[in-house]
Design a protein around this ligand. Sequence first.
Ligand code: NAP
Length: 271
Amino acid sequence: MNAAVKGTALVTGASSGIGATYAEKLSARGYDVILVARDAARLNALAERIAAATGRRAEVLRADLTDRADLAAVERRLAEDAAITLLVNNAGMSLNGGLLDNEPAAIERLIALNITAPTLLASAAGKAFVARGRGGIVNVASVLALAPEMFDGVYSGSKAHLLNLSLSLAAQVEDKGVRVQAVLPGATRTEIWERSGKDVNAFPPEMVMEVNDLVEASIVGFERGETVTIPPLADEAQWAAFNQARLAMGPGLSRREVAARYRRPAEASAA
Ligand code: NAP
């Protein structure tokens, strides 16, 4: 986010919380912004504030990203608008209750918003950015991608998908002028909690980050060239060790031989 000409950032989920804060901070850093979410009134109010405060162009692109026609319109915009240099894939939701408490429609809705939409948007932006030799994709995942036992698995699984997608895409495009970053927030004070029937104040205060701090840290992480940014994690070596351990398994993950522990005793002795 340091280039002299920043271009345009398309931010999903820009009507509140992390997305609105990204839009404000990116415009203050010289980006024009395209604000995507469902609540047009809130988006229009934010666009006016941004234009007044920064003089940057702020456009509202209203879309329900669980609606395939709306999603396709945002994909088209990413594919066709050569001014767009940054996608912030941020829109997301969590469930009231978990896998065992929700009807299929609610679970499908979370998958549509947290998995299908950011995946198709990353695909559209990735293809366009590679063709132009320039661009950045920020995927807002969650620390729960690393800690599924702490929350509901549908939500944490959707965030693990985004982390996995980011690591894979980053490796594919790193030599093509395109940057990919997964941001893993911990508990952050936004509306997502009340929207899903939870109370963020139930956490001890020292476990909850303010949204301004979270987004500022995420942008610093992007500027540091990180593929994975975990703003609350004080000990960077813990992520490095985890990632090294994961990568070290690589050479052993696909082999003709079945591992010894999976052979029946007779087979093991016959071998
Ligand atoms: P938030 O304030 O509830 O923001 C969610 C945003 O997504 C809103 O702008 C909302 O706008 C938009 N959105 C919801 N449904 C949508 C739909 N169907 N189509 C288009 N946009 C939709 O929550 P937040 O905490 O900032 O969440 C942002 C991201 O951070 C999410 O991906 C979340 O999973 C992730 N995250 C949050 C935390 C946390 O503790 N807050 C922690 C880890 C990760 P409209 O209602 O106007 O559509």
